[in-house]
Design a protein around this ligand. Structure first.
Ligand code: ZN
Length: 252
């Protein structure tokens, strides 16, 4: 359940049984199915705050995902993206008419001009750059202070993900890499990204930080890292963790 772009949470509960909340829900509540492997979950966007009646609170999605229950809250991120897409496609961008939800598939469609609107996912490439035992980490001006992560950027029209990796690295820190290989991906709901995780080997160049994107970038020994994202929450954290394990295996 969402109210004002926040999730209604009580303790570690953020999925509610319909019976327990039915009497508090407005009559025009619209349920959106969120597929889940082991349960049938619906997303609901409320236009009034019922958290007090449920002895609950409204938490931002970011606070929920970065909380202790975060690793379990992937479904809340997915629900949030579905709600956002539904709310922002009430009207047709081509003719201005009112859209209707499609039946049997996730689509909003315009009955007047027949335009269809499917949920849009924005692909991003994120890359761990390594130089022997060292990894390159950067601090974005958007991160809280002291928090470092891998370089990342949106894939532009016409680009392959590998092109994005080379371009972002060149633009943000000015170095050259090769052997760019895909590792794994992650859905990231801020607001609706697919993060494609890569690993690349350093080739040459000194770090020159692009100041509008980054506050700081540096090489760190894998055994002596600053504060980095947790492997359970973000693909950046997983890329770092995987490399750490690889180095430890080589050492053993
Ligand atoms: Zn239309």
């Amino acid at each position: 359940m969402f109210y004002d772009y926040r999730v209604i949470v009580a303790g570690d509960q953020y999925i509610w049984k319909v019976n327990s909340i039915a009497s508090y829900l407005p009559d025009d509540s619209f349920f959106l199915l969120v597929e889940s492997s082991n349960q049938r979950v619906y997303a609901l966007d409320l236009n009034s705050d019922i958290s007090n009646s449920l002895s609950a609170e409204c938490l931002s999605l970011r606070n929920l995902i970065f909380s202790e229950i975060g690793t379990e809250s992937f479904i809340a991120g997915k629900a949030n993206q579905i709600v956002e897409w539904y709310k922002s496609h009430q009207y047709c961008g081509a003719c201005g008419g009112s859209n209707l939800p499609g039946e049997g598939q996730r689509v909003m469609h315009c009955p007047t001009c027949k335009t269809q609107y499917f949920p849009r996912i924005n692909p991003c490439a994120i890359v761990l750059i390594t130089r022997g035992r060292e990894i390159l980490l950067a601090r974005s001006s958007r991160f809280r202070s002291g928090f470092f992560s891998c370089l990342a950027g949106f894939i532009e029209i016409g680009e392959t993900a590998e092109c994005t990796v080379h371009r972002e690295i060149k633009e943000e820190v000015g170095i050259l890499v090769d052997n760019v290989r895909y590792i794994k991906s992650q859905s990231w709901p801020f607001p609706s990204q697919l993060m494609l995780g890569f690993h690349a080997d350093y080739v040459s160049g000194e770090i020159v930080v692009e100041p509008t994107e980054l506050e700081e970038a540096a090489w760190f020994d894998i055994a002596d890292l600053p504060s980095v994202p947790s492997a359970g929450i973000s693909v950046a954290g997983e890329l770092i963790q995987l490399y750490k394990e690889e180095i430890e295996r080589i050492k053993a």
